[in-house]
Design a protein around this ligand. Structure first.
Ligand code: AMP
Ligand code: MG
Length: 414
């Protein structure tokens, strides 16, 4: 039995990052940059008006109110056909380039134009530069716009568009194949035969992966038979970047996944007994020249969920170029006890945590523990890392990983 950290380090040591790719801007949302993005255009690109109003020379308005001669109109996208001189004004719309000779804009609400449109009264003194947006105020050429390792959000896609970029270099999102193994598994629909159960892990993993923004591939259900398992895992390696299978990694008579996985990985694999509960048995290896990771997670649904959090998700975050692989970790104060007994393992307990007005995270409820009790943990928003010992009392604190921003329902619900 090895500590969790050792198992995670082994996985990390085997990983080879995916080659960065150039993706069109419309596909870049949520991707992680693989290099700095450098500005190539000035924004704003020229002096322009921030208001609908009149472009003028501020010096003319010192004795306001003052009447100026209107010599034309400039719309956004146009350029003025003539230069503006003292005593003159030009009607100007937001975003239109400031005409040569003008140094400021008086907003329309502070002017009165006469019927003819030939003159305008500027009602108050305007300061030089007022309502003018200057070139490079937002972005100057050669500045770093986005650092490497940044997950692109909507506004950053906007910045890239403002620079005329059509594509951006990012880490590819790994495509993940998901396989369930077990003679007992049935799909949805048709009534269950005696002794059979519903395949829970595959739909759950496909959803958990999507929830974290990864592309998925459904590898179906394999029977507990080495040939079928090998065929399914190989199909995953051939068509995906990463493969996750569940079941068949314990010490049962038909737990073939761990040996088949080691075969496919040509020895670059390890079967581990990890000192965590749930999720103790775990197999991992890398296959082929591209060293594609294959995970063999324990089959009980809560174990699978924990294996996803402890091993799969951090790996995918790493391969996707994130600087942070782990979920956000916070200290939480217990409002209810978490009971456990000493067994040499780290217990991963699903809890409902809430940030209270005192600025502290509180654990309001902890799920009933049992690797087969998925419904009991499904609504939890955090995973408490309960160290070996006799448990934790009300008022004490424990470190927890945030799984979601909000809690939809109490973690202990039946
Ligand atoms: P195993 O790791 O194959 O020994 O499976 C451990 C337990 O998890 C057994 O009770 C299995 O029936 C159950 N199990 C395995 N795979 C799944 C699955 N895909 N969905 C639901 N339960 C599963
Ligand atoms: Mg099994």
């Amino acid at each position: 039995v090895i500590p969790l950290g050792e198992a995670q380090d082994y996985v990390r040591s085997m990983l080879v990052p995916l080659h960065p790719v150039e993706v069109p801007l419309e596909e870049a949302l949520g991707c992680v940059t693989s290099e700095s993005v450098i500005a190539r255009e000035l924004v704003p690109g020229f002096d322009n008006s921030s208001m609908d109003g009149y472009a003028l020379q501020a010096a003319d308005t010192v004795i306001a109110p003052v009447k100026l001669r209107v010599i034309g109109t400039i719309l956004a996208g146009d350029i003025a056909s003539s230069r503006l001189s003292s005593g003159e004004a030009m009607r100007i719309m937001t975003g239109a380039p400031l005409p040569a000779g003008a140094d400021s804009v008086c907003m329309i609400e502070e002017t009165s134009d006469d019927e003819s449109g030939h003159t305008v009264v500027i009602r108050r003194a305007v300061t030089a530069g007022e309502n003018v947006r200057r070139p490079g105020e937002d972005v100057v050429i050669d500045q770093i716009l986005i650092e490497p390792g940044v997950e692109l959000v909507g506004a950053q896609i906007g910045v890239l568009a403002s620079q005329g970029f059509e594509s951006v270099r990012v880490h590819p999102r790994p495509r993940v194949g998901v396989l369930s193994t077990g003679n007992e598994l049935s799909g949805p629909g048709a009534t269950l035969e005696p002794g059979k159960i519903r395949d829970t892990n595959r739909p759950m993993l496909l959803a958990l992966l999507r929830e974290s923004g990864f592309a998925v591939c459904d590898l179906g259900i394999s029977r507990d038979d080495p040939v079928s398992i090998a065929e399914a895992l190989q199909r995953g390696v051939d068509t995906c970047d990463v493969v996750v299978s569940t079941g068949g990694v314990s010490v049962g008579d038909v737990d073939y996944v761990k040996t088949v996985l080691a075969d496919i990985c040509d020895g670059q694999a390890r079967w581990m007994q990890v000192a965590i509960r749930p999720g103790k048995p775990f197999a991992f290896g890398v296959a082929g020249s591209k060293k594609k990771p294959i995970f063999g997670l324990a089959g009980n649904p809560v174990s699978t969920r924990i294996g996803f959090e402890m091993f799969v998700r951090p790996t995918l975050q790493y391969l996707s170029g994130y600087q942070e692989f782990e979920r956000t970790r916070v200290n939480m104060t217990l409002d209810c006890p978490i009971n456990r007994s000493r067994d040499g393992k780290l217990h991963l307990v699903h809890v409902t945590g809430r940030l209270h007005d005192d600025g502290q995270w509180h654990i309001e409820s902890a799920a009933r523990q049992g690797s087969h009790l998925l419904n009991a943990v499904a609504g939890a928003n955090a995973l408490a890392l309960v160290p070996d010992g006799e448990g934790i009392e009300i008022g004490e604190t424990v470190s927890a990983l945030l799984l979601h921003d909000t809690a939809s329902s109490p973690a202990s619900g039946r």
